[in-house]
Design a binder for this molecule. Structure first.
Ligand SMILES: [Fe+2]
Length: 391
């Protein structure tokens, strides 16, 4: 069987058409699956719902689909998303509203789990990193789960049930991934609003005979969608956002590579003097200075290769989480050290992660800290590993 798996179309009909053209031209598709967020943000909600309901054998509901029907509260959405949802709610036909109202965010289909967001919270949790993947693997009953919601294609996998999760990002290697006997959570990325610095539409091909997942990236006419958004009076930020990522790795020129290399060298030279412990102390000081709540440092270097230290701290609100994250990044940068990555500045911003290689910094709001209990998780893991070492 060959499945075409789509997610987060977000009323972008040009992108959806381009994806289908690509899939039908290159593969003998048996079934199409949609993981939700058919509407929201973009200018063609009815066209997308009509298209999806005719083509797909399984359709999950996403948070934007439910928000457009007032099924979920939109107070946590940012202002742009709220404006677009209100516009969408006015445009959707009664027929399409009726259709969406019967969708579910989770489905178990032919031995595979399909969900919009995550298994612990089908509609709104972001699986953005291995930490959130670990807690989801505990709830996963099949070997394979497909999801969407983060708008970023990625494979999270776990070798056995009790080990950490790991991530494979298609942008770092081949566009295919061969499934073995692990547990997987695989994100399809977004058809209509990618957020991984590559503006091309993203979707997956799942070939069950070859046991292979393929992440396809498809060019489409972004300007057509942008013009329709302008005509609809949708927010400027959302229109511009579609172009983000034009300067992706493959497309940037030699000159910008050279400049990036020089900046990287300068940073390495300037930052070379700082030891891991000094960096840890600096981060904790910034958190304290900016009124971050209860920063906790966990030394994990003897128990895992992922980092030497984890720093976990709390913000009083999603705005505070964001500002703490920014303050840490800029405060550390002043000492000549750049983060390898920072993730999680998403719509609800309840959890961000900054990766300094030897130090991973988690900033969470109170609800996220209570829900994911990272400190507890790591203390239990360390105990288990200590026991293993003792034997
Ligand atoms: Fe989405």
């Amino acid at each position: 069987m060959i499945y075409c798996i789509l997610s987060d179309i977000h009323s972008n009909y040009s992108a959806l058409e381009a994806v289908f053209k690509d899939a039908e031209k290159n593969y003998n598709i048996n079934e199409v699956i949609c993981l939700g967020d058919i509407v929201g943000y973009g200018p063609f909600p009815n066209e997308c719902v009509d298209f999806i309901k005719n083509k797909c054998s399984v359709i999950c509901a996403g948070n934007h689909d439910f928000a457009a029907l007032n099924i979920i509260d939109i107070s946590e959405f940012n202002d742009y998303a709220k404006t677009a949802i209100q516009w969408t709610a006015e445009k959707l036909t009664d027929n399409n509203k009726d259709f969406i109202s019967n969708l579910k965010p989770y489905s178990y289909y032919r031995g595979v789990e399909l969900v919009h967001a995550s298994l612990s919270d089908n509609i709104s949790e972001y699986i953005i990193n291995v930490w959130s993947a670990v807690s989801n693997f505990k709830l996963q009953k099949s070997f394979l789960c497909f999801n969407g919601h983060t708008h970023t294609p990625v494979v999270f996998y776990q070798l056995t049930e009790h080990k950490d999760a790991r991530a494979y990002r298609f942008e770092d290697g081949p566009e295919y991934y061969v499934l073995e006997e692990n547990k997987y959570i695989i994100n399809a990325g977004s058809v209509g609003q990618p957020r991984d610095h590559d503006p091309r539409a993203s979707y997956l091909i799942y070939d069950t005979e070859k046991n292979m997942i393929l992440n396809r990236r498809v060019e489409y006419c972004i300007e057509d969608t942008q013009n329709a958004m302008r005509n609809a009076g949708l927010p400027f930020f959302l229109i511009e956002r579609l172009k983000e990522g034009k300067w992706s790795k493959q497309k940037s020129g030699c000159f910008s590579h050279f400049i990036n290399f020089i900046i990287f060298c300068i940073i390495i030279i300037l930052g070379a003097g700082m030891e891991v412990d000094e960096l840890k102390d600096l981060i904790v000081k910034i958190i304290d200075d900016k009124k971050g709540i209860e920063p906790e440092v966990i030394e994990v270097r003897d128990y895992t290769t992922i980092a030497d230290y984890l720093i976990i701290a709390e913000g009083t609100s999603s705005r505070h989480v964001k500002s703490l994250t920014r303050e840490i990044i800029s405060g550390v940068k002043k000492k000549g050290i750049m983060s390898i990555s920072s993730e999680g500045l998403l719509e609800d911003s309840s959890w961000t992660v900054i990766d300094y290689g030897s130090i991973l910094v988690h900033i969470m709001d109170e609800a996220a800290r209570k829900k994911f209990k990272l400190e507890e998780f790591w203390k239990i893991e360390i105990k288990k590993i200590k026991k293993m070492i003792e034997f």
